[in-house]
Design a protein around this ligand. Structure first.
Ligand code: PLP
Length: 385
């Protein structure tokens, strides 16, 4: 299939394998059968429609993310509308158009005030989660949350507490500590307010991207599942991004130039760090999982896999041992289904954005053509073309 994509679609291209994605969701569900899965769509907005039937909730953090779900006709009752800030007009759009978003999260007292006013103005009952801060600009303190619970609010249904403290977390003790803190607080609120509340929590499940990384995911997930058993008096929803979608994605980039000199061996690729970001790559010192097409036999060489930006930092892998590369060869970087394609500095140097392809039902579907970015980097001058 990859050879076919290289031939018929070309590079640079992201490839998302829908079958692999659905299998991954099923795998995670099997570890966490008692929890609800919420997909944090910031990890990869492209694939939301493909999994709309497989996922109970979608965490949406901006109006842009919301519009993607609206355009793709994803059921709004699955939406958990979060985010540290959205314009008042954007929130009001949802009320004016009677869009029945499943849950709103509240990150500040000002957001609370706005939601309360809009619910009142449009006479629309809404359900909310209050976000507990993990000690940063997100969410509210316990005191702030308690004071909100004390307010009169006939249009508001308090559903529970949301909590997220960071990504790539593999320390079970830390996860346990956070779970205890959140569930104790929820139990306290339940007692004070005679309510039953749920917990929505992002545990930041890790993805191990690099050769030599050692991580036993099976053991880790079993430990987390066992831990969650202690909190079964509450409905727990797991907000997951990275771990759910990283493995379904690959990035294809071609060797477009090659040079060997006394400084080193350099393969120049038609992509680069503007298209591809690996969390924790340590300035390309670490080697991500990759494959080269076509397969080449023969003597290996140490090569720097460089992108096509004008910066010495544009190296995807430094000094990696690989078979002799030739112009036209394609490097396929793996595990790029989460964040990799949106975190790059995609406007730098005005290169085109890569194409996006789904592999679906054993077919190739181009879901985005390459997009020029130069138009975003030039002023529009009145009267001139
Ligand atoms: C509130 C919230 N929930 C969930 C996630 C997803 O985290 P991860 O991709 O580590 O699973 C994020 C990521 O930033 C987040 O901000």
């Amino acid at each position: 299939m990859i050879e076919e994509i290289i031939k018929s679609v070309g590079t640079p291209t992201y490839v998302f394998d829908v079958h692999c994605l659905k299998a991954r969701i099923k795998e995670i569900e099997d570890y966490f059968p008692k929890q609800i899965l919420c997909y944090a769509m910031k990890a990869n907005p492209f694939i939301v429609r493909e999994i709309a039937e497989d996922i109970a909730r979608f965490e949406v953090c901006s109006f842009g993310e919301y519009k993607i779900l609206e355009d793709l006709k994803v059921d709004p009752s699955k939406i958990v509308l979060s985010g540290v800030w959205k314009k008042q007009s954007e929130i009001e759009y949802l009320f004016e158009n009677n869009i029945e978003v499943g849950l709103f999260t509240v990150e500040s007292k000002n957001q609370w005030k706005l939601l309360k006013e809009l619910a009142q103005k449009y006479e629309r009952p809404i359900s909310i989660l209050l976000r507990l801060t993990s000690g940063n600009q997100f969410g509210m303190t316990k005191e702030e949350i308690i004071s909100i619970f004390k307010e009169e609010s006939s249009w508001i249904h308090f559903r529970g507490i949301e909590y997220f403290s960071g990504t790539q977390k593999h320390n079970i003790k830390r996860i346990e500590k956070e779970m205890i803190e959140v569930s104790e607080f929820v139990s306290f609120l339940e007692k004070e307010e005679s309510l039953s509340l749920e917990i929505e929590i992002g545990l930041g499940f890790p993805v191990y991207y690099f050769e030599g990384d050692e991580f036993e995911e099976d053991l880790f997930f079993k430990e987390v599942a066992q831990l969650l058993e202690h909190f079964k008096e509450h409905v727990v929803t797991l907000e997951i991004g990275r771990s759910l979608v990283a493995s379904c994605g690959s990035y294809l980039t071609s060797v477009v130039d090659y040079k060997e000199n006394k400084v080193g061996n350099f393969a120049i690729l038609d992509g680069g760090i503007h298209h591809l970001v690996y969390y924790g790559s340590s300035m390309a010192m670490k080697i991500p999982h990759y494959e080269i097409f076509p397969k080449r036999e023969g003597q290996n060489k140490n090569v720097n896999l460089c992108g096509s930006l004008c910066t010495i930092n544009d190296i995807l892998v430094k000094n990696v041992e690989c078979p002799s590369l030739q112009i036209g060869d394609v490097v396929m970087f793996k595990n790029v289904g989460a964040y990799s394609m949106t975190e790059g500095i995609s406007l730098f140097l005005s290169h085109d954005l890569p194409k996006v392809v789904f592999i679906k039902n054993k077919q190739i579907e181009v879901v985005r053509e390459s997009i020029p970015t130069y138009v975003l980097n030039e002023p529009k001058i009145e009267g001139e073309k």
